[in-house]
Design a protein around this ligand. Structure first.
Ligand SMILES: [Zn+2]
Length: 401
């Protein structure tokens, strides 16, 4: 009896230990954003972010498209996902975890703005900590950049506006690998029940490991866990880090069980065939599954400058797609017309050469079984790494006179 009691006590103690840290962490330290509001305040647009606690932040403005980014620690987002309607200069916002420990709130604005002031307000009148950011028109439209305009000198340069993009941590090329789907969106599901979202993450991790061996690249994944990320945030992730290359990994499933092989897609307004078009539509639906509808909403790709940038990017993307296919051909089976074109939302960064790799068909039993094998995924990863080496070697050569 005493022995049993002792055991019971020790079990209870263990349980208490197990439960205690998480509950206290939540009560004391859980960082949360509980609300985002915007309003007009003496000719400025004031954004108020409700915080669960005092936290560090950094505000800066970026252009193309015009936006204000607020870097915060990684936290629990319990505010609505979007602004109900545009207010003043603010058109909307989105939250994204950018890396372990760090998150970023991006606020879209309808034109160039400057941050007049930003400050933390301590709790008062039943409200918690708040971060207040006041935005004013920067009195300068940077669109007619190509046309020299005589303008009276501004009183003084706005302190926050027109800041350069964040500087890369090193001069090493930045490669962003995007494991398709995740969280509530499983992607394609194989005959034997394999989830596309798991395969894409496994290959992405293997490729990152392979590439990091040389020490020549900074390799970042758009997600490191099984979480849902809207397509636009994946593109924004690559752009914000000034990626030199963006690779989105997928595995398809189609009604015909005999179709198999790898294929690589690059962006085009016109799909190369109906099947490519259907695939792009299917992949683009990921945002609908996650409850975020960004379709038909791409202010980034509206100006002519961006279109021009995109054309050059498309050429680089096509070259890289060929590198990938050449390397893959040594190791695995390719689809017949293996380089195809379609309008994938995830390939729409105007300044980052981007490809989408459909690694195979989960609707084909043999291919599904192969993709489940770590050895096969290692082959995909090392072929991809070799193609990336080749792409950058080519870039170096092109730069030399
Ligand atoms: Zn997919």
């Amino acid at each position: 009896m005493a022995a049993m009691l002792r055991r019971l006590v020790s079990v209870l103690a263990a349980l208490a230990l197990w439960v205690a840290p998480s509950t206290t962490a939540r009560a004391e330290g859980a960082l949360m954003v509980t609300g985002v509001r915007a309003g007009i305040h003496t000719a400025m647009t004031r954004v108020v972010i409700d915080l669960s606690a005092r936290m560090d932040y950094r505000v800066q403005t970026l252009t193309d498209p015009h936006r204000v980014v607020i870097d915060l620690p990684e936290l629990e987002w319990s505010a609505p996902d979007r602004l109900a309607k545009p207010v003043g200069r603010v058109t909307g916002y989105r939250w994204a975890r950018v890396k372990p420990g760090a998150g970023r709130l991006t606020i879209g604005t309808s034109g160039p703005v400057e941050v007049r002031q930003s400050f933390l307000m301590p709790p008062s009148e039943g409200l918690s900590w708040r971060l207040v950011v006041d935005l004013a028109d920067s009195g300068r439209d940077d669109r007619p950049k190509t046309v020299p305009v005589a303008v009276a000198a501004p009183p003084k340069p706005p302190p926050q506006a027109e800041k350069p993009r964040p500087i890369k941590p090193s001069s090493r090329p930045v490669v962003v690998i995007d494991p398709g789907h995740g969280g509530v969106d499983p992607g394609a599901i194989g005959i034997e029940g394999t989830f596309e979202k798991h395969l894409t993450l496994q290959v992405a991790r293997a490729a990152k490991q392979e590439l990091e061996k040389s020490g020549r690249y900074t390799v970042l994944l758009t997600r490191e866990r099984d979480i849902f990320i809207p397509l636009r945030d994946r593109v924004a992730f690559a752009r914000d880090r000034e990626a030199d290359l963006f690779i989105s990994l997928h595995a398809d499933a189609v009604p015909r069980a005999d179709i198999r092989g790898l294929s690589v897609y690059t962006l085009s307004q016109n799909a190369s065939d109906a099947e490519a078009q259907a695939l792009a539509e299917k992949e683009n639906k990921a945002d609908l599954i996650g409850g975020v509808d960004f379709s038909g909403n791409s202010p980034e790709v509206t100006t002519i400058l961006i279109e021009l940038a995109q054309r050059e990017t498309m050429n680089l993307s096509a070259g890289f797609a060929q590198d990938v296919l050449d390397e893959m051909a040594h190791a695995i089976k390719l689809l017949n017309n293996s380089h195809r074109f379609a309008g994938f939302a995830v390939l729409k960064a105007p300044d980052v050469p981007s490809i989408l790799v459909e690694m195979g068909y989960l609707s084909n039993v043999q291919e599904e079984q192969m993709l489940r094998k770590p050895e096969h995924r290692a082959k995909l990863a090392s072929s991809l790494a070799r193609a990336i080496e080749r792409y950058f070697a080519g870039q170096q050569k092109a730069k030399r006179p």
